[in-house]
Design a protein around this ligand. Structure first.
Ligand code: FAD
Length: 290
């Protein structure tokens, strides 16, 4: 079923994002995490895709198993940077054959070791191109796209970036999921600006609970989201006072407050970047929707 058809106005949801563990030896414990988080009854669960196709087979296998063995509505992420149309078509056909009808259409980033010509001869340069391609290849497929409350790091400017979000949605995207953020005002302003230029489709906020200072520093250096100075100071103080456990406790409580406010103020649901953790996510979501 298309995810957009499962979204009901006034009925907030959570959704979960996983990444494919690199080492197959970790898969049994990964699927135990999935089992525990499936008890949260997420609207859907998505699985990331390594730009350039590095996790293609694993992403496909995991979304298939989420659907078949864990009863979850699954969505595969898919990136077009450096990809040939034929490879994308094969991936989409395999998803449909496996009964997975939802894709998050992304451009992706060039791998660090990519040669300059990496994407030059490929024709799908932006996520909007991929959204059009998917809509044409499989008209019945559900399509999500990415949005950036703090503006994508390469964008010419916030207004241009927002116009490209609208383009992705106009070309076939059913809804957007945002990049993570730690100040809800970024999300509320983003939605207001999007509505002002005619975006009517759902914009689902992406939430990441901080579970470690090291991990969050790496993530924000990659994605361009900002960590408010006051929150950073609190995390550092927690680390000094109580170490990793204290950081995680604070991170979960912070994300919980974020999620509560987002839902109270009209977000359609919250998409949780799980980092494949179960305890932290169970604690974050406990009673959130009741
Ligand atoms: P685009 O929408 O193509 O935008 C990229 C940049 O180009 C922006 O600066 C935009 O302003 C500009 N732009 C867009 N269209 C045009 C145009 N027509 N002409 C000129 N400029 C344009 N990455 C992965 O590799 N794997 C994943 O699984 C993954 N999952 C993600 C999930 C979410 C929810 C989010 C928010 C991001 C995810 N990413 C993932 C990261 C994403 O691939 C990067 O942020 C990437 O840099 C941009 O992808 P995009 O789809 O937003 O690109």
């Amino acid at each position: 079923m298309k995810i957009i058809d499962k979204m009901t106005p006034g009925k907030p949801f959570i959704s979960l994002e996983f990444f494919p563990p690199k080492d197959k030896a970790e898969w049994p414990s990964f699927f135990k995490v999935v089992d525990r988080l499936a008890t949260l009854d997420p609207l859907f669960a998505s699985v990331t895709y390594g730009a350039g196709g590095s996790t293609k087979g694993d992403t496909l296998e995991i979304v298939t198993r989420l659907k078949e063995e864990h009863g979850l509505e699954a969505m595969a992420h898919l990136t077009c940077i450096g990809a040939y149309r034929g490879d994308l078509q094969c991936f989409l056909d395999s998803l449909v054959a496996a009964g997975v009808n939802n894709v998050l259409a992304l451009r992706g980033d060039p791998p660090q070791d990519a040669p300059p010509e990496f994407s030059a001869c490929r024709t799908l340069l932006h996520a909007s191109d991929l959204a059009s391609f998917i809509r044409e290849a499989h008209p019945a497929m559900g399509i999500g796209v990415a949005g950036y409350p703090e503006t994508h790091p390469e964008a010419v400017g916030p207004e241009e970036d927002l116009a490209f979000l609208k383009l992705k949605l106009d070309k076939g995207g059913d809804f957007a999921i945002t990049q993570l953020f730690f100040d809800n005002q970024h999300y509320f302003d983003f939605v207001r600006r999007a509505r002002a230029i005619g975006v009517e489709k759902p914009i689902v906020p992406g939430i990441l609970p901080v579970v470690s200072l090291k991990v969050i520093q790496r993530i924000i250096s990659l994605c361009g989201a900002s960590l408010p100075a006051a929150y950073r100071a609190q995390l550092e103080e927690a680390d000094r006072q109580g170490g990793a456990a204290a950081v995680q406790k604070l991170g979960i409580a912070f994300a919980r407050r974020q999620a509560e406010e987002l839902l109270e103020r009209g977000a359609p649901g919250v998409h949780i970047y799980t980092l494949n953790r179960d305890e932290a996510i169970l604690e974050l979501v406990d009673g959130l929707l009741s």
